[in-house]
Design a protein around this ligand. Structure first.
Ligand code: GDP
Ligand code: MG
Length: 221
């Protein structure tokens, strides 16, 4: 099936996705999520924040890793536990560029329930590559899989160095516009460093997956 034949669930705001009740959905206890985007946009730091509730190395200066190993974790969402008595597991798969990693990444697309496409909100090149590289690659290998567009490092919008260098700062509205236009399911902004937009991030991912599965099963009937 080519990507043009696929009907994706319509764009929803973060609030709309978060407000969904999981009890409406056929339950799936284990989901797999991968993250893609330019090198250095903060994918590994976001995965570490989401899975281990910390920033790698503790601070920017001590930062080392290129990728984190795929990590499966049981997620306890306060708002989900009332709707869900069984534990819910989310497997987060980090990725990187380079020849070896390209093959691994391409093989991973077929296995995941959701793709996070990340860009850094003070790096226009990383945003351009969302349209030129990452969304086309994701749609090619996984035409039906829902995508969430993710803006990273939003703490840098207030960084004195960035402000004094008059660098272009990509706004929430610009990110949301691209997400709508590209048929992403929603748009989320994060700072792994300052732990902003991270504590309900996986809850929204899980709800986005369920929403997308429901849309696709309705379309098949
Ligand atoms: N200011 C800021 N820096 C970050 C944040 N997340 C990651 N970084 C820094 O950005 C660089 C690249 O991060 P990394 O997670 O390795 O990017 P990846 O190549 O996309 O996996 C590192 O120097 C991190 O310390 C963030 O939320 N805020
Ligand atoms: Mg990395």
């Amino acid at each position: 099936m080519s990507s043009s034949d696929v009907k994706h669930a319509p764009y929803r705001t973060k609030k709309q996705v978060k407000g969904l009740s999981l009890s409406k959905f056929k339950q799936q206890q284990h989901v797999k999520i991968m993250i893609i985007g330019n090198g250095n946009v903060g994918k590994t730091c976001l995965c570490t924040r989401l899975s281990q509730q910390r920033f790698p190395g503790g601070s920017i200066d001590e930062y080392v890793p290129v990728t984190v190993d795929p990590c499966t974790q049981t997620v306890h969402f306060p708002s989900l536990s009332q709707q869900h008595s069984d534990p819910f597991t989310v497997e987060l798969i980090d990725t990187a560029g380079g020849e070896y990693y390209d093959t691994v990444r391409e093989q991973t697309y077929a296995q995941v329930d959701l793709i996070l496409v990340a860009y850094n909100c003070v790096d226009s090149n990383s945003l351009q590559n969302v349209s030129y590289t990452w969304l086309p690659e994701a749609r090619k290998h996984a035409p039906q899989t829902p995508i969430i567009l993710v803006s990273t490092k939003i703490d840098l919008r207030h960084n004195q160095d960035i402000l004094s260098r008059k660098m272009k700062i990509i706004s929430f509205e610009e990110g949301e516009e691209l997400a709508k236009h590209s048929h992403c399911l929603t748009f989320l902004e994060t700072s792994a460093l300052r732990d902003e937009g991270c504590n309900d991030f996986l809850e929204i991912c899980v709800k986005a997956i369920m929403l997308s599965k429901r849309t696709q099963s309705c379309l098949l009937q």
